[in-house]
Design a protein around this ligand. Sequence first.
Ligand SMILES: [Zn+2]
Length: 62
Amino acid sequence: MGEEGSEMKCPVCNESTIVEVKLMLDSSLVVMQSCSGCDSRRWIKDGDEVAVEGILEAASRR
Ligand SMILES: [Zn+2]
């Protein structure tokens, strides 16, 4: 073990099938991590995980 790679494991289903989508919202970099295994999603803004509600709110404020 002890593998540290760029592959991320899904915390839900423990699969290494995370797909990252990066986008800019309110001049902040937001990363959506989507698992192709269990379809769970995480949103990370400025390095912190945020609730999807906050992302949608920022997106609708334009
Ligand atoms: Zn998963």
